[in-house]
Design a protein around this ligand. Structure first.
Ligand code: DP6
Length: 356
């Protein structure tokens, strides 16, 4: 019998178009509203994680981008590892198919191919990769939905990275969180000409983490109640727009929801500022681009969205990527005045494209 078991997986980032912001249970990571995201292409922004289980290991350990991180007992990583072990045990009891790896300690090695914690959803791909990787080592034939319940406990947004394409996280109503899980709304093939142009305004670690920021919002913002009220209708409209491949509606909803989320951050006390002057200039630029586009009877052709940081993700159809990248490059040349603080991530094959 092998004296170690190992697996490596790569899991992509997802960028929400209806944002998750607020927890109704901190312990179980249950959200105050449903959310919906687009999973980026695996080759682009992603986390690659290797898990090795061996009877020689004295404890569970984790290296993130080459640096060892402490696994706190009862913390997020530990919770995900313990929950995966429980899942393995339940499987064993049911099918009488034992596997030694789940009895042993695990060493995890994880790399992001993009700046960690700069508002580029590193926790989403990170915890999704961790759960997916352990499921592979443990030879668990689990569905992504089942794994999403565990990834959610690592980081809420992580539950959506276990699916490709367009993914909803249904908030659920059960107190134990058993129905707060991810669901694929449409596969990546359904609307494959959607692209994301990512403008890295800053790759520094964000000032206020999502976890602490959203807690402060829930505790202090009256406006969050209005957001909780309006999200269900927005989710339904967004699902309709995706099903109909209606980019005009998709774009309007995406931008409205990003702005509503950042308004709620501003309504928090003390206020949270994730966007900066460059972010706001990008907002103005996209609106100007769309204004001209609407005059030309082409509808909205670009949609920005900002997570918990200043970086913009601009969704657009493939045929419009070139126009958008040219426009951004024209108004924000990499030289002055945004030297070294502005980048557009390009796709591998075609400059300016970032295929999903
Ligand atoms: C703004 O999933 O990072 O990106 O559950 O506390 O780990 P925790 O929060 P996290 O929050 C993501 C917030 C967001 C919106 C989104 O991705 O839906």
């Amino acid at each position: 019998m092998a004296d170690y078991w190992q697996a490596t997986v790569t899991t992509p980032v997802n960028i929400a178009v209806i944002k998750y912001w607020g927890k109704r249970s901190v312990a179980l990571n249950l959200p105050t509203n449903a959310s919906l995201s687009v999973t980026l292409h695996q080759d682009q922004l992603c986390t690659t994680t290797t898990a090795q289980c061996s009877k020689e290991f004295a404890s569970d350990r984790l290296w993130l981008n080459g640096k060892e991180e402490v696994i706190k007992p009862g913390g997020r990583t530990d919770t995900c590892i313990q929950e995966m072990k429980k899942l393995r045990k339940a499987y064993e009891d049911k099918y009488e198919d034992p596997h030694p790896a789940s009895e042993w300690h695990v060493h995890l090695c994880s790399f992001n191919n993009f700046p960690t914690a700069a508002g580029l959803a590193s926790s989403a791909s990170g915890y999704a990769a961790l759960v997916h990787c352990l499921a592979t080592v443990y030879r668990l034939p689990n569905t992504s939905t089942e794994l999403s319940l565990i990834a959610r406990q690592g980081s809420g947004s992580a539950c959506r990275s276990l699916f490709g394409g367009f993914v909803a996280w249904d908030m659920g109503v059960n107190e134990d969180g058993s129905d707060s899980k991810a669901r694929q709304v449409a596969s990546e093939d359904h609307w494959d000409d959607i692209n994301a142009v990512i403008c890295v305004v800053s790759d520094e670690k964000k000032g206020t983490s999502s976890t602490s920021g959203m807690q402060r919002t829930v505790e202090t913002s009256p406006l969050i109640q209005e957001r909780i009220r309006l999200v269900p209708a927005r989710m339904a409209e967004m699902e309709r727009a995706i099903a109909a491949q209606d980019f005009d509606a998709f774009a309007q909803l995406t931008m409205k929801d990003s702005n509503n989320f950042h308004a709620v951050c501003l309504d928090t006390s003390p206020p949270i500022f994730y966007m900066n002057d460059v972010s706001r200039a990008l907002v103005a630029l996209v609106h100007e681009f769309n204004r001209v586009s609407i005059l030309q009877k082409r509808g909205h052709r670009a949609a920005y969205t900002f997570d918990a940081g200043p970086n913009a993700v601009i969704y657009c159809l493939r045929r419009n990527v070139k126009d958008i990248v040219n426009m951004v490059m024209h108004y924000f040349p990499q030289a002055e005045p945004f030297k070294d603080t502005y980048k557009v991530f390009y796709g591998k094959d075609t400059p300016g494209q970032m295929p999903l």
